[in-house]
Design a protein around this ligand. Structure first.
Ligand code: ZN
Length: 104
């Protein structure tokens, strides 16, 4: 299992005031700790990967561009025209980033 290492994300991003309260109820560290705890019980390795460009990089060809996310919920690669849900594309990138660290 691979997770984005979101340490310090609050310092790197801005959130509207209305969203801030909702985000502060469950911190990324609490979520990460919970996932790591449950994964350890199940014998699953959890890897932390660099979150930079996971939402802007194509999971098919690797092309990275801010323009790949013209619409928030849709990823559409400017290079190879691969199009899918943006969260699904990003989750595949996170998985691919974690794979080299796993020895089978
Ligand atoms: Zn592409």
């Amino acid at each position: 299992m691979a997770l984005e290492n979101l340490s310090g994300i609050r310092q790197r991003t801005t959130v509207r005031k209305a969203e801030r309260e909702k985000h502060e109820k469950w911190t990324f560290l609490e979520l990460r700790n919970f996932i790591e705890y449950k994964a350890k019980l199940a014998g699953v390795l959890v890897l932390l990967v660099d979150p930079r460009n996971t939402s802007r990089q194509c999971s098919v060809c690797g092309y990275t561009d801010k323009g790949n996310r013209k619409i928030q919920e849709t990823f559409s690669c400017l290079a190879c025209e691969h199009t899918e849900n943006a969260d699904f594309n990003a989750s595949k990138k996170i998985l691919l980033l974690g794979l080299p660290s796993i020895s089978l």
